[in-house]
Design a protein around this ligand. Structure first.
Ligand code: HEM
Length: 185
């Protein structure tokens, strides 16, 4: 994944646990890069190793690290560095999620070698929808998606519920989330 992703993990860990914990996590992961370069692609294993090492060092399940990282990605990385693109995607959670399938097409203009996730949305009701998620990467990124959606809920001040209804398996090449939220006054 592009260095931007690893850099965001670094920022989240340093902000919440300090630089020395980040150094410990890098050592545990066998990563000896002094700093990641945002627009340079790194092997996916670097990102997966950093998450596994953070889980071990912080004594928290990898799923919890990924959920927290999803929220951090939206509220810090995306909003602080790509605010106009985020705001152009939607004015509320409903519209944003409906346009999510097209977001990484725009991101590809900045990061041409992107291997983006794919999303599809099916409206179920006024305040609920089904989100399908495809990735060509190894399994285990669903908690990241859950965290991202919770981050979007916070971005729009809209409390949101996310339920993983179907995990990708041999029969289905995608995962399914049920997303529901409170009516905005
Ligand atoms: C403007 C905001 C955003 C930018 C710049 C961005 C950029 C990126 C980048 C660079 C990657 C790594 C992929 C690679 O290097 O091949 C990535 C992955 C990913 N992004 Fe985004 N992204 C944004 C917003 C979002 C949002 C709002 C979601 C919400 C669901 C999302 C979901 C994901 C997921 C799930 C992955 C993991 C890759 C995979 O599943 O295979 N992104 N994104």
């Amino acid at each position: 994944m592009y260095g931007l992703v690893n850099k965001a993990i670094e920022q989240m860990v340093c902000k919440n646990h300090g630089v020395s914990t980040w150094e410990q996590i890098k050592t545990e992961a066998g990563v000896d890069t002094a700093g990641f370069i945002s627009n340079e692609p790194y092997p996916d294993e670097v990102t997966y190793s950093l998450v596994a090492a953070a889980s071990k060092t912080l004594g928290a399940p990898a799923e919890d690290i990924l959920k927290a990282f999803g929220e951090h990605w939206v509220l810090h990385t995306a909003l602080e560095s790509y605010g106009p693109m985020m705001r152009a995607t939607g004015n509320n959670l409903h519209d944003f999620l409906l346009r999510l399938p097209h977001l990484h097409t725009r991101v590809e203009l900045i990061y041409p070698n992107l291997n983006p996730p794919q999303f599809a949305c099916k409206k179920v009701g006024d305040t609920e929808l089904e989100l399908r998620y495809w990735t060509s990467r190894p399994p285990g990124l669903e908690p990241f998606v859950e965290g991202l959606i919770h981050g979007l809920g916070k971005m729009f001040d809209t409390p949101v519920r996310v339920e993983l209804r179907q995990q990708r398996n041999e029969d289905n090449d995608y995962s399914v989330f049920h997303v529901s939220w409170a009516e905005v006054a």
